[in-house]
Design a protein around this ligand. Structure first.
Ligand code: HEM
Length: 411
């Protein structure tokens, strides 16, 4: 009992109050230690009167699979911002529950099935080669700016057939829109910028969809415009929200998988050399990077009625926080969870979520990371970090500002 009270105070101070607290990217190690403590003492943890924190893999999995826990998360948004449209993502299928979610997801999921995605491998290889052609002769690069970043942007723009000349501009708008995922942690100025630019991104896709309607191609946007389920078409608002979601969800997450994963391998000497010598380990290395250094750090749900989680009952309206770092390091599911092991087997990490909202782009993200590391390690060796690689000050999407490395070209 005493342990629980002490923990309550400690966690209340760590996660409550102003700012991101222990959710801040420069406090990851502290947060992970606290999740361990919470998991040992009181794993389904009541943070305050309406907020719960989950630390066990199985509890997270059960909640994410149960549609009585809603993903309709506009709860922290002020009325004024909600009236402005809040941000593009809250109107997308990511934040809808069945049956709307099911209808919208059915329309788009075909294009993201692994068998379709794998057909992109050749094009992704060419794109990575192009980026490496520019970087390799120099013997050094900022891996974020010159490799991790441009690839996913190119891929998602190509899939949506976004005109080349617009890509830089809307990419910047998408980065600001994604900031709104940290809505409750933002200062007013950043929040304003995020809102303004998420509306600008929405306006861009509204216009692009109008133009595309008159000139359909074989890209995903055209497919969605033409698609019909049960005699119904997507409304313009639904089309715009889907385009926004695919664009925003489809790039920064993957940029950060490549960046965070490369940094984790650099931080564990010998790992990149082993991967170069044993490229068959690349798929398991991707899973381990997803588990150990996730690029999406928080998931959440809202209880639509009084509901059980393990031996507790959470009240209707409760907000359930599911930190990826907690559930991916549950020792019951992952032996020796704090060890980074690119050969780990049975690694069903939950960084892509699970259940009805499981990441639609998982196969695509995995493919982009695999091709990047395969090509990189085939073309350069002796990769070394040449400076600090600070985290960007974001909470929900975790990634690096820069990752400067030097290397030698493979003869
Ligand atoms: C490493 C890269 C990625 C990570 C870690 C990631 C993570 C996630 C997570 C955790 C969710 C589920 C959220 C929830 O349960 O509420 C999700 C959903 C989603 N992701 Fe990803 N994602 C990644 C890459 C991508 C890519 C490349 C795309 C492609 C366009 C994409 C598109 C989506 C979409 C459309 C959803 C919404 C699915 C739904 O609501 O049914 N993601 N992602």
């Amino acid at each position: 009992m005493f342990d629980k009270m002490k923990l309550q105070m400690k966690a209340g101070m760590a996660f409550g109050g102003a700012g991101a607290g222990l959710f801040a990217p420069d406090r990851i190690d502290e947060a992970i230690a606290l999740y361990d403590e919470i998991r040992n003492v009181d794993p389904v943890f009541k943070l305050d009167s309406h907020t719960w924190l989950l630390t066990r893999y199985d509890d997270a999995k059960a909640v994410l699979r149960d549609t009585r826990f809603s993903n309709n998360d506009g709860s922290d948004v002020s009325d004024a911002d909600a009236n402005q449209g809040y941000h593009t993502l809250t109107r997308s299928m990511l934040y809808l529950d069945p049956p709307d979610h099911t209808r919208l997801r059915r329309l788009v999921q075909q294009a993201f099935q692994p068998r379709h995605i794998n057909q992109l491998e050749g094009a992704i290889e060419e794109a990575v080669d192009g980026l490496l052609d520019a970087a390799v002769p120099k013997g050094h690069m900022d891996l974020m700016a010159e490799l991790a970043h441009p690839l996913p942007v190119w891929v998602i723009c190509t899939m949506l057939d976004v005109p080349l000349e617009d890509r830089d501009e809307i990419q910047a708008l998408a980065v600001d829109s994604a900031l709104l995922l940290d809505y409750e942690f933002l200062d007013e100025e950043t929040r304003e910028r995020g809102l303004k630019n998420s509306l600008a991104l929405r306006a861009y896709f509204d216009d692009l969809i109008d133009k595309r309607r008159a000139n359909l191609g074989d890209d995903i946007l055209s497919g969605l415009i033409a698609a019909e389920t049960d005699g119904e078409r997507l409304t313009q608002d639904e089309l715009v929200s889907m385009a926004d979601l695919l664009f925003v969800a489809g790039h920064e997450t993957t940029v950060n998988l490549i960046g965070n994963g490369t940094r984790a391998m650099l931080d564990h000497p010998g790992t990149l050399e082993r991967l170069a010598a044993e490229p068959d380990l690349i798929p398991s290395a991707v899973e381990e990077c997803l588990r150990y250094t996730p690029s999406v750090t928080l998931n959440s749900r809202i209880a639509t009625e009084n509901l059980p989680i393990a031996d507790k009952t959470v009240e209707k309206g409760s907000y359930i926080i599911i930190p990826t770092d907690a559930i991916n390091r549950d020792p019951v599911r992952f032996p020796d969870p704090h060890r980074f092991d690119i050969a780990r087997t049975d690694n069903a990490q939950l960084t892509f979520g699970i259940g009805p909202h499981i990441c639609l782009g998982a196969a695509l993200a995995r493919l982009e990371a695999k091709v990047t590391w395969r090509k990189l390690l085939a073309r350069v060796k002796d990769i070394q970090a040449t400076g600090p690689s600070p985290w960007r000050p974001h909470v929900s999407l975790r990634g690096l500002e820069c990752l400067n490395v030097s290397f030698t070209a493979v003869a």
